[in-house]
Design a protein around this ligand. Structure first.
Ligand SMILES: [Zn+2]
Ligand SMILES: [Zn+2]
Ligand SMILES: [Zn+2]
Length: 354
């Protein structure tokens, strides 16, 4: 995001950063957006981020010959690092490992270990660190079996402070497998940690649902919406008031992440990598498979965030040359259209499947 500062000429960025609650002034005196994707930090940048990704997600489903593909919503989880309290968001809960049946009122215990003394904090932050390598092995394995496979992936924080993965996967119908086969192939993929050589695996819990994008539009939108609702969730440490048990858990995870080596050459006491502050996580929250010489990539139209930023800038510059110094306040028409369409269809949906 900051790369924008190199290409925006002085005097122009003030409009490009408009709406941002904490724009950054670069060395050349140019104002650029803070680029935050966390709503509580900057609603404007977070909304832009979400809108951009919503448009990309959508363009991999609807902007191509959908009848030739099968789609899947794949969820992969981390292994267990010790038992945690199970507290529902609403409604009745199964009995928790601590013996009680929690209600939503017990939110202070959500994701907190039953026995902190036995909990594998180091294992958990190391798993977060290696989750990117594991996904890399997983997608390669899937493509070895189904060559036409493309994906859009969202990484979400679970309450216990570990990442899990939601992917929208697209496979050509001529080779599309049943959902269970795709799920099992993904779940049983393994990787070797580049840092400590240990084997990295997914947890036992995995889910995969198949859907078609032609004919059943409402259901498709619901799946997309479900995946995208994770995009702008604030990470655990950005929550406002943190109950003391949750806070203790986060401190223990933070400690473990501080002591962990983030790379083969890392000296934790001297390392300033953000990985040590993010419970071991290094991966981007959202990403999509890229276009290459041999592959279309996720977006049928080649839409990426770089393309979206370029279109916004070009539009703004064309406005400047044509309309004197009139200050434009709306986004580029094609992008605005895309974003509005995505928002309309993806945001205001409930959680019940149609
Ligand atoms: Zn901002
Ligand atoms: Zn409990
Ligand atoms: Zn480090």
């Amino acid at each position: 995001m900051r790369a924008d500062s190199e290409t925006i000429e002085p005097g122009k960025a003030d409009v490009l950063a408009r709406g941002c609650s904490s724009p950054i002034k670069t060395a050349t005196g140019v104002w650029v957006r803070c680029g935050s994707r966390i709503k509580s930090k900057c609603a404007s940048c977070a909304e832009l981020y979400r809108g951009d990704w919503a448009a990309i997600a959508r363009s991999g489903v609807f902007d191509g010959p959908v009848e030739r593909y099968r789609f899947y919503l794949l969820t992969l989880t981390a292994p267990s690092f010790g038992r945690v309290h199970r507290v529902p968001r609403s409604g009745p809960a199964p009995r928790c490992g601590c013996g009680s049946a929690h209600s939503a009122a017990d939110a202070a215990l959500r994701g907190v270990p039953l026995d902190p003394a036995q909990y594998d904090y180091a294992g958990q932050v190391a798993w977060n660190r290696d989750a990117g390598v594991l996904w890399d092995r997983t997608r390669r394995r899937l493509r070895d079996r189904w060559d036409s496979l493309e994906y859009f992936i969202v990484r979400e924080w679970q309450d216990r402070g570990v990442l899990h993965v939601h992917a929208i996967v697209r496979v050509a119908r001529v080779e599309a497998p049943p959902a269970e086969r795709l799920r099992d192939a993904a779940r049983t993929a393994t990787a070797v940690s580049k840092v400590d050589g240990s084997v990295v695996e997914w947890g036992a819990q995995a889910q995969c649902d198949a859907f078609r994008a032609d004919g059943d539009g409402a259901k498709t939108i619901w799946y997309l919406s479900k995946a995208l609702n994770y995009v702008l969730k604030d990470v655990a440490t950005d929550a406002g008031e943190v109950p003391v048990e949750v806070w203790r858990h986060q401190v223990a995870l933070g400690d473990a992440a501080r002591r962990m080596r983030c790379s083969g050459v890392c000296e934790p006491q001297n390392c300033s990598s953000l990985v040590h502050k993010r419970f071991g996580s290094r991966s981007q929250v959202v990403s999509a498979s890229r276009r290459t010489k041999h592959r279309p990539g996720w977006s049928f139209t080649g839409l990426t965030r770089t393309v979206q930023r370029r279109l916004r800038r070009e539009w703004w510059e064309s406005q400047q040359s044509g309309a004197g110094d009139a200050s434009p306040t709306v986004a580029p028409a094609p992008l605005e259209g895309l974003a509005a369409r995505s928002r309309r269809e993806l945001v205001a949906r409930g959680w019940a499947a149609p």
